[in-house]
Design a protein around this ligand. Structure first.
Ligand code: FES
Length: 80
């Protein structure tokens, strides 16, 4: 769905940036959303809030996993 008619920016464009951790101001600067008539600002902010909240919740609910290819290396501690 197009959120910003002036700049032809969709909710998916906004959601992708919000899920990457960008706030409204960053997204506005990056995409230009709500920089002409401004009628889309409320809807754009709602999309950002919804997806940032989801991204934050997801980040806190997932255990930290090692990156692919990561191998734990045992460390021997010498007694001083
Ligand atoms: S609809 Fe977004 S600036 Fe006009």
């Amino acid at each position: 769905m197009i959120v910003c008619v002036c700049k032809r920016i969709s909710d998916r464009d906004i959601a992708r940036h919000a899920s990457a951790g960008m706030d409204f101001d960053d997204i506005q600067f990056e995409l230009g959303v709500a920089t002409q008539c401004g009628r889309c600002e409320g809807c754009a902010r709602d999309v950002v809030a919804m997806h940032r909240e989801a991204a934050t919740h997801h980040a806190h609910s997932q255990p930290a996993l090692p990156l692919p290819g990561y191998r734990a290396i045992p460390i021997m501690l010498a007694a001083a």
